[in-house]
Design a protein. Structure first.
Length: 100
């Protein structure tokens, strides 16, 4: 087993922070949706910014460009999962892109 290196530690840190920030974003939206509190747009913007920071940090650590991730997602959703590029519950559940 490979030992913990600074690079691996940084990778783990970035991934963990993405999870944490996603949870904070979820909480902000949950308070609005379930508890009928006013949407704290400033907080949502802050959490989205934090997510962007850590996602970009992880991409840099892994030497993956943002354009690569966006293109891969478009191909997955538009090219493989959803027929004719239109969402449907049936296609979402079938997940044709995962049945290769």
């Amino acid at each position: 087993m490979e030992t913990m290196t600074p690079e691996r530690c940084d990778m783990l840190h970035m991934a963990g922070c993405i999870c944490e920030e996603a949870g904070e974003l979820f909480s902000a939206i949950k308070r609005h949706v379930f508890y009928n509190k006013p949407l704290d747009t400033a907080n949502v913007i802050e959490e989205l910014g934090d997510l962007e920071f850590y996602i970009e940090g992880l991409r840099q650590q892994l030497q993956i460009r943002r354009k690569q991730t966006l293109l891969a997602n478009v191909v997955k959703l538009d090219g493989n999962r959803y027929k004719l590029g239109v969402y449907s519950d049936e296609d979402a559940q079938a997940r044709a892109d995962k049945n290769d």
